[in-house]
Design a protein around this ligand. Structure first.
Ligand SMILES: C[S@@+](CC[C@H](N)C(=O)[O-])C[C@H]1O[C@@H](n2cnc3c(N)ncnc32)[C@H](O)[C@@H]1O
Length: 210
C-alpha cells in the first residue's frame, strides 16, 4: 500500500500524488523546539514525511500527536512510528483529540493537509480548529505548491492565515520538493469563540490497527 494508491482511492482527501520531500519537511518542522514538555501536533500526517523529522527534533521529549483521517495510513504510521501518538480523526476535531489526551493546547502545529482540495467551509473549520488549539505563543506551519499559489483555494488560505495570525511569513521556495512548494510560518494566533467541543476525540491508533 503506497501513498499513490491512497491518492487513487481518495484523491480529494489525500491531495498529492507523492509524499513531501525531506527538504520541505526540514523547513516545515523547523519551529519544533528541542525542549521538554512541548506538545506538537501534526495534521494530515500521511505516510510520515514530516513525522520522522518532528521525532528527530523532539528527541524523546514532548508529546507528538499525529492526526490522520485515512485509517490505512494511520495504522501504517502508528506501526512505523510507535512512539508517536497517532489519532485517527478529522483535523476539524482537534479540540476533542487534545482534550481526550488531557492536553490543554499545542505549542506547534505542522500541517500537511491538502488545503487546495478543501471546500471553503472545510478550510475555515480546520483552520479555526488549529488556531483555537494553539497556545498564545504557538506556531503553525503549512505549505502550498508554488504552481497553485495564485489559484483561488491557495489565495483563500493565505487570506485566512493572515486574518487568524498576527504574523505570517512566507518562506523561500523549496525547489527540492516535487512539485516545488513554500511554507507559511504563522505566529501569534487570534482565536475566536467556537461552540462546544462535544465528543469527537477520534480513535487512538495502535500498530495492530485495533
Ligand atoms: C498531501 S497529503 C500530505 C501527507 C504528508 N504530511 C506529506 O507531506 O507527505 C495530505 C494528508 O492529509 C490527510 N487528510 C486529509 N484531510 C484530512 C482531515 N480533514 N483530517 C486529517 N487528515 C486529513 C490525507 O489523508 C493525507 O494523508
Amino acid at each position: 500500500m503506497s501513498f499513490l494508491t491512497e491518492f487513487i482511492r481518495s484523491p480529494w482527501t489525500v491531495g498529492a500524488v507523492a509524499p513531501s520531500s525531506a527538504a520541505l519537511a526540514r523547513v516545515a518542522t523547523a519551529p519544533v523546539p528541542r525542549t521538554a514538555g512541548t506538545v506538537v501536533v501534526e495534521l494530515g500526517a500521511g505516510t510520515g514525511a514530516f513525522t520522522g523529522h518532528i521525532q528527530q527534533r523532539l528527541a524523546g521529549n514532548g508529546h507528538h500527536v499525529a492526526v490522520e483521517i485515512n485509517e490505512r495510513l494511520a495504522i501504517r504510521l502508528a506501526t512505523r512510528y510507535p512512539t508517536v501518538d497517532v489519532a485517527l480523526a478529522d483535523a476539524r476535531d482537534l479540540d476533542a483529540v487534545l482534550a481526550s489526551r488531557g492536553l490543554p493546547h499545542a505549542d506547534v502545529i505542522v500541517s500537511g493537509l491538502p488545503w487546495a482540495a478543501f471546500a471553503e467551509g472545510q478550510q475555515r473549520d480546520v483552520l479555526s480548529a488549529a488556531v483555537d488549539a494553539l497556545s498564545p505563543g504557538g506556531v503553525f506551519t503549512t505549505f502550498a505548491y508554488v504552481h497553485a499559489r495564485w489559484a483561488p483555494p491557495a489565495r483563500r488560505l493565505q487570506r485566512a492565515l493572515e486574518s487568524r495570525f498576527d504574523e505570517v511569513v512566507v518562506g523561500r521556495t523549496v525547489w527540492g520538493n516535487l512539485p516545488p512548494a513554500l511554507v507559511y510560518h504563522c505566529r501569534r494566533p487570534a482565536p475566536v469563540p467556537v461552540a462546544g467541543a462535544g465528543t469527537r476525540g477520534g480513535r487512538a491508533v495502535h500498530p495492530s490497527g485495533r
